[in-house]
Write a protein that binds this ligand. Structure first.
Ligand code: GDP
Ligand code: MG
Length: 166
């Protein structure tokens, strides 16, 4: 099995921390500079079961000008080309500006989407349940997986779930 996986989400939700944890030193490129290229490979994870290629999608946010519009089209094309999308949010921050726009774009693609709720080490379990219910109403996520990329909680389970979708 093999597949391309795009990780999307607002800045600081923990995308790089997650990739660091699953791929470790093998990550070739680690940059917080805005990306102008599409489909930048962030790292490849090979297990006994599958090969997973993680892709960084250029920031997707509501366009303020024509160029922004173009970048969003590129991002949406990327969504169509990958096998799975991980939409990562920060459990601590909850629903925020930008999420609504991303979810609207996801509605235009057929690719399965997982909701990955990161930083669960920072929230009370009740708060997490409220968040899960809130997001489930917005989009039919194939899986909803709470993790702590920093501490490693549930990361192994997420990798298992990804492999099942490839
Ligand atoms: P990115 O912008 O989405 O790539 O986010 P980063 O991976 O750079 O993480 C942003 C900040 O959140 C860093 O200070 C991380 O150490 C922190 N962070 C990432 N994951 C977790 C987590 O699971 N728990 C906590 N408490 N902090 C985290
Ligand atoms: Mg990053």
């Amino acid at each position: 099995k093999s597949g391309f996986i795009s990780i999307i989400g607002r800045p600081n939700v923990g995308k790089s921390t997650f990739l660091n944890r699953v791929i470790g030193q093998k990550i070739a490129i680690m940059s917080d500079k805005p990306q102008t290229t599409r489909n930048k490979v962030q790292g490849v994870l090979t297990t006994d079961e599958a090969q997973m290629v993680f892709i960084d999608t250029p920031g997707i946010h509501k366009p303020k000008h024509k160029l922004g519009d173009f970048m969003i089209k590129l991002a949406i094309n990327t969504f169509r080309e990958v096998d799975l999308i991980l939409f990562m949010i920060n459990a601590e921050e909850g629903y925020g500006r930008g999420d609504e726009f991303i979810i609207e774009q996801l509605k235009n693609v057929q690719t399965p989407v997982f909701l990955v709720i990161n930083k669960i080490d920072q929230v009370h379990p009740d708060q997490l349940l409220v968040l899960i219910e809130q997001y489930k109403e917005m989009y039919p996520f194939k899986e909803v997986i709470p993790i702590s990329a920093l501490e490693g909680n549930n990361v192994e389970r997420l990798i298992q779930q990804i492999q099942e979708y490839l």
